[in-house]
Design a protein around this ligand. Structure first.
Ligand code: NDP
Length: 395
């Protein structure tokens, strides 16, 4: 299982607005197809390399298994930096990427989606090029726009799902979101909708960040303002002060964990919380850390959280809501139907609560009561390993 079935590396040439030829590197690691077509996002960020794509792809195998939907594991992306690029440049880049990627994907083979730097706009350009090249309209990508096969509630799904999971774990431990101070790192897709749901469940989100710095608003950060800044204006989070002058801004994103909170939700990127951050959280009386970004905590931070007696949810379980809604988008596309927002949201909630209980049960069954990380690894592994054994070895 630790060996990818295949890893594809390719060149992505494109022309910028000044007429210069640029070349980026593209990746797709198709890790495991035992329980369904490969499934996992594409990331556009200068830090993307084969090592990052591989760890994300491996995690995706277990995560997808936990959703109970038939999806294998994959991940992909490019070292392309979308920041500061015009719409036309983004379009040309996406079209060039798909000009190679299309031969490796398809609705029954591999179904990519978004991730860091890849939202509805990028998925639209990628999907459009796939459609042109294959002369088919199929659900070969998820995260599509609503007018061309996208699912209602897919945009909200990862952030909402994170809060449904955290709520289930909190309740199982005699707690709720009500009246809790919540700190959420990042201000992208996952962070914005985690803010919305955490607030709806009775929490108060007092800090959020981007890669430049973080904001603190003791009155609670309205997710709608962050959505305007990040989704409509594609601006920096410090401009929050233009909308809410009473808030404060601190340069440098790492310090966000020094803001006192009851619930911490890292939703930016991998390894964004270390053991020193955890020490600060413990000092401030934090009761739980729930991962929204993939592998948010370093191994030392995870150990510190567990030793400190805080609740902890690993990303492969608590951020599975995005891929779960993608699985629901695939079902809708195959059946040529569209479900309502409420229908998708209700299924998402059921899936996330189911994942929490599957992890908790597996942990208990294997003598690690309360260790949701161990439970997630065991439950995900068993499902995929059983399928791999049943399908036989060919070589
Ligand atoms: P977005 O691109 O929408 O937002 C990412 C956010 O994190 C931005 O605020 C960005 O700030 C910040 N960020 C990115 N890289 C860094 C970095 N190296 N250091 C500090 N801050 C950083 O991405 P998503 O919200 O979609 O994804 C966030 C995380 O959630 C990722 O780990 C992703 O893999 C994971 N995830 C996402 C899913 C989804 O459905 N979108 C599903 C499952 C997991 P800035 O704008 O300044 O770069």
């Amino acid at each position: 299982m630790v060996e990818p079935e295949q890893a594809i590396l390719f060149r992505i040439p494109w022309v910028d607005d000044e007429g210069n030829v640029r070349v980026n590197r593209g990746y797709r690691v198709q890790f495991n197809s035992a329980i369904g077509p490969y499934k996992g996002g594409l990331r556009f960020h200068p830090s993307v390399n084969l090592s990052i794509v591989k760890f994300l792809g491996f995690e995706q195998i277990l995560k997808n298994a936990l959703t109970t939907l038939p999806m294998g594991g994959a991940k992909g992306g490019s070292d392309f930096d979308p920041k500061g690029k015009s719409d036309r440049e983004i379009m040309r880049f996406c079209q060039s990427m798909m000009t190679e990627l299309f031969r490796h994907i398809g609705p029954d083979t591999d179904v990519p989606a978004g991730d860091i730097g890849v939202g509805a706009r990028e998925v639209g350009y990628l999907f459009g090029q796939y459609k042109r090249l294959t002369n088919t309209w199929t659900g070969a990508m998820t995260g599509k726009g609503l007018s061309f096969g996208g699912s209602l509630a897919r945009t909200e799904a990862t952030g909402f799902g994170l809060c449904y999971f955290a709520d289930a774990q909190l309740r199982d431990n005699g707690q709720t979101f009500v009246g809790k101070r919540v700190v959420i790192s990042g201000s992208g897709n996952v962070a914005i909708y985690a803010n919305q749901k955490a607030t709806e469940l009775g929490g108060k989100v007092v800090a959020m960040s981007d890669s430049s710095g973080y904001i603190v608003d003791e009155n609670g950060i309205d997710f709608r303002v962050i959505r305007v800044i990040k989704e409509d204006k594609r601006d920096r989070i410090k401009t929050y002060l233009d909308y809410v002058p009473g808030a404060s801004y601190v340069e440098g994103c790492h310090g966000i964990w020094s803001v006192p909170c009851d619930i911490a939700m890292p939703c930016a990127t991998q390894n964004e919380m270390d053991e020193h951050d955890v020490a600060l959280l413990i000092q401030s009386g934090c009761i739980g850390v729930f991962e929204g970004s993939n592998m948010s905590l370093t191994p030392k931070a995870i150990a510190a959280v567990k030793n400190g007696g805080l609740l902890y949810s690993p990303s492969k379980a608590s951020n599975a809501g995005g891929v779960a809604a993608s699985g629901l988008e695939m079902s809708q596309n195959s059946g040529r139907v569209s479900w309502t927002f409420e229908e998708v949201d209700a299924r998402l909630k059921t899936i996330m609560e189911g994942i929490y209980h599957a992890c908790a049960d597996a942990a208990e069954r294997y003598g690690m009561n309360g260790d949701i990380q161990a439970g997630a690894n065991i439950a995900g592994f068993l499902k995929v390993a059983d399928a791999m054994l049943a399908e036989g070895i060919c070589g």
